[in-house]
Design a protein around this ligand. Structure first.
Ligand SMILES: *Cc1c(COP(=O)(O)O)cnc(C)c1O
Length: 394
């Protein structure tokens, strides 16, 4: 296996280990435990003198293939696969902190991520300051003597704001803090946080990595030292391990990631360009369009656009509901990254628990809609939007 392989090759072959049967497709090892030939072999395995698995909560062969393939793609030394994206986020943040530590996080976060830093962490004496992450000066101002972790997502959910990952990482390095990036929206293909200076990358593999709406999964990636020092024991003893069945599903899903993301990005771009011309639409936000407010940072840190489009309808909630109800291809769902186009109204679903003020800060209005492009034919998707918009007053 070559480190120089390009992503499409890595994602088909990376990390594959074959059993004595030489199977073509990756095998699923649905086993909780492993047996040892002798007592001495068990003793040696537990002492760490021999390579091998001990118990599926610690690691297992199918999960190992998934972790190695993700490491190759991300350019990371080591990884741990988790049962969901949230298990990955919670583990990545909590495993390295203790009471008295401080987190600075961008306020535009996936709802559950925001709950982890804003509500859960303080229960254990870990304080958090939420900032408007678009301006580096806000990160700098929020730094305290005890700041240990910077946490961000870019592009953000749902309004696709972008944060300067290299800039935030530089600030963190000055004070010895670690930067954790939730890279779900960019996908591992379009943005490489570790190359930009971040220390830890997390994914909800539920999204583009499965990409076919089947199972939950997550992954934490970093260097070997950080994983050994912080995540290794936390992961073994708190039990967020991924099911080997899901690891297998995700291994098969990830083979087609580049094909799917390419088509989704093309579809999203076409929808964004189409919507920008429509009288019912007040604003379109799409990383990849020249009119994105942070097009300069996107050019610096992303190699592709996005599979998601955010837009605002002039007619508010009524218009958003009418559009969603009239669409025949895009299905109403709060999920994203699926091969099926999905559409959601954040103010009444994913972001309904925020205060009006917090929603305003994030640019989520009653007319904001988030579209996650699927892999359908882009002509059909655009024609469907054109037809459905007739149900919406200009
Ligand atoms: C979906 C998502 C998560 C959570 O992932 P699950 O697999 O649903 O637990 C975290 N961050 C972002 C940006 C997401 O989109």
């Amino acid at each position: 296996m070559s480190k120089n392989w390009r992503p499409a090759t890595q994602l088909v072959h990376g990390g594959t280990t074959r059993s004595q049967h030489g199977e073509t497709s990756e095998a699923i090892f649905l086993t909780q435990g492993f047996v040892y030939e002798t007592s001495e072999a068990a003793e040696a395995r537990f002492k760490g003198e021999t390579e091998g698995f001990i118990y599926a909560r610690y690691g297992s062969p199918t999960n190992d293939m998934f972790e190695k393939r993700m490491c190759m793609l991300e350019g990371a030394e080591d990884a741990r696969a988790t049962a969901s994206g949230m298990a990955a986020v919670a583990a990545a943040i909590l495993c390295q902190l203790k009471a008295g530590d401080h987190i600075v996080a961008a306020r535009a976060l996936f709802g559950s991520c925001r709950w982890v830093v804003e509500t859960l962490a303080p229960k254990y004496g870990i304080e958090c300051t939420l900032v408007d992450g678009r301006d580096l000066a806000n990160w700098e101002k929020a730094i305290q003597k005890n700041t240990k972790v910077f946490f961000l997502e870019s592009p953000t959910n749902p309004t696709l704001e972008v944060i300067d990952i290299a800039g935030v990482s530089k600030l963190a390095n000055q004070i010895g803090a670690k930067v954790v990036v939730d890279n779900v929206f960019a996908t591992p293909l379009f943005q490489k946080p570790l190359e930009l200076g971040a220390h830890i990358v997390v994914y909800s593999a539920t999204k583009h990595i499965d990409g076919q709406g089947r199972c939950l999964g997550g992954v934490v990636l970093s260097d070997k030292d950080w994983i050994n020092e912080h995540l290794h024991d936390y992961f073994r003893h708190t039990g967020p391990a991924m099911s080997p069945f899901n690891a297998w599903t995700l291994l098969k899903g990830i083979e087609t990631l580049p094909l799917r993301v390419k088509q989704q990005t093309e579809n999203a771009r076409r929808v964004a360009d189409f919507l920008a011309e429509q009288p019912q639409v007040a604003k379109v936000i799409y990383p990849g369009r020249k009119d994105h407010p942070q097009a300069d940072i996107i050019a610096k840190q992303m190699t592709g656009g996005s599979t998601l489009v955010a837009f605002e309808l002039k007619g508010g909630k009524d218009a958003a509901f009418a559009l969603q109800n009239a669409l025949q291809i895009a299905r109403i769902s709060n999920n994203l990254g699926d091969s099926k186009s999905l559409i959601t109204h954040p103010a009444t679903t994913t972001h309904k628990n925020l205060t009006d003020e917090a929603r305003d800060e994030l640019g989520i209005s009653a007319g904001t809609v988030r579209f996650s492009a699927g892999i359908e034919d882009s002509d059909d998707i655009v024609e469907d939007f054109a037809r459905a918009l007739k149900a919406v007053k200009a």
